[in-house]
Ligand binder design. Structure first.
Ligand code: LMR
Length: 407
């Protein structure tokens, strides 16, 4: 009997997590993983934050049973996360706000995508060019036609005019996916006046904004990084936010995040929540409890919240120092080029402009892993690997004869 799977095609590896698979298989003692967006501490380890450890100790002391969590998540989590996402704007939105616990930022995007597919089945979704690799895949898998709007210019700048031009032509009901801060992969963020312009135009066109806020807190801090969310919240129109604690609380494997939907009014709240609960229930039933309980403990205990803010600031500052260190070393190694873009970009990544060939050379010759797009995770640099990485990039640039790093 022939196998029912004989025709199944081999897919290419995941563009982000597949790099980690290749890194793990590499036996070089000098290997460096600059692929996946994971913050590593000065010793090259994923940190266990003190606030997380203290919250987990508290949970252990409480000795709770491993009961089911409600479909939409732990109430104390949803409530605290709504305040974290919307801060001062929350009271004005509360009556029409739906916030549900999700399986990381990806899970939040997926809940939002599946929900929007039911409400706007003929809509297209517009993502930035470039965007996080999984955005296209995730929204395609949810059944959407995925289009791009201009974002990154060949000279390393932001194509705001192109973005606005595209947005001006979108039909009502289409969805506009935006990176709230620390744009992944380019590290180029919009200015407050640009957010205001986008919000006004999206409102005029009837386009639904969906903000991916996976890196909130990594640019200038939680308050400053809320500028996009605040702009949309103040307008009072419907929009969605996906949120993640993977990076900001270093809770990657716990899969803890949230989807927030600002609905059109109090009467929409119940129906929207019911639809999202149905999607969660038919996909994974209810979210896992440990990550949500840990986050709820941190956000509901002022001492732990303050500790988290301090630890987040330390991560943010260390990334900035690594950016400066890399830019400085490259300036010395390759004096005829301008590397100042590395320090202007924000968040965990630098869009290095390295070509796919240069990235391959980095991998095969130096066991340094970056994404094919040239994105490197500066949050994985430390004092011990900075020289190695800078020297390798400089060698690759010289030997490959690449003329432009940002291109
Ligand atoms: C990344 O962009 O590297 C992260 O968001 C991790 C992931 O899931 O791709």
């Amino acid at each position: 009997m022939s196998s029912p799977f004989a025709h199944v095609q081999q897919l290419p590896r995941d563009p982000v997590l597949g790099i980690t698979e290749a890194f793990v298989a590499d036996s070089s003692p000098r290997k460096v993983n600059l692929g996946v967006g994971v913050y590593l501490d000065e010793n090259g380890h994923v940190p266990l934050l003190d606030c997380v450890q203290q919250a987990e100790e508290e949970l252990l002391r409480r000795k709770g049973p491993h009961s089911y969590v409600p479909i939409d998540g732990i109430a104390a989590f949803d409530n605290a996360v709504a305040s974290l996402i919307f801060s001062g704007e929350r009271p004005s939105l509360d009556e029409r706000l739906v916030t549900v616990q999700a399986l990381g930022g990806t899970g939040a995007l997926k809940l939002g995508a599946d929900f929007l597919r039911t409400t706007n089945p003929s809509a297209r979704i517009w993502i930035s060019d470039p965007s996080w690799e999984n955005h296209r895949a995730l929204f395609s898998a949810a059944g959407f036609e995925v289009e791009t709007y201009p974002y990154y210019r060949a000279d390393g700048g932001l194509d705001f005019a192109g973005l606005i031009q595209t947005l001006s032509s979108l039909p009502s009901g289409d969805i506009l996916l935006l990176h709230a801060c620390c744009h992944n992969p380019t590290g180029l963020d919009l200015e407050p006046y640009q957010w205001a312009e986008i919000q006004a135009l999206a409102a005029e066109r009837g386009v639904i904004p969906f903000l991916d806020a996976a890196y909130l807190g990594f640019a200038d801090g939680l308050d400053a990084d809320r500028v996009a969310i605040d702009t949309f919240a103040q307008a009072g129109l419907p929009f969605l936010v996906s949120f993640s604690f993977s990076k900001s609380l270093s809770l990657y494997g716990e899969r803890v995040g949230a989807l927030a939907v600002v609905t059109g009014g109090a009467a929409e709240r119940g129906p929207v929540l019911s639809q999202i609960k149905r999607i969660a229930r038919t996909t994974y039933s209810s979210p896992p409890s440990h990550g949500g309980a840990t986050v709820a403990t941190i956000l509901n205990e002022p001492g732990l919240t303050a500790l988290w803010h301090d630890e987040l600031a330390l991560m943010r500052d260390r990334i900035k120092a690594m950016r400066e260190g890399l830019a400085e070393r490259l300036r010395v190694q390759v004096p005829d080029r301008d590397f100042s873009f590395i320090t202007r970009q924000r968040g965990m990544f630098s869009y290095s402009g390295l070509s796919k060939e240069a990235v391959e050379m980095l991998r095969s010759r130096f066991s340094i892993y970056a994404l094919d797009s040239g994105r490197i995770c500066v949050a994985a640099l430390n004092k011990a690997n900075l020289d190695i990485v800078a020297e390798a990039i400089a060698t690759v640039l010289r030997e490959s004869g690449e003329q432009s790093l940002v291109a």
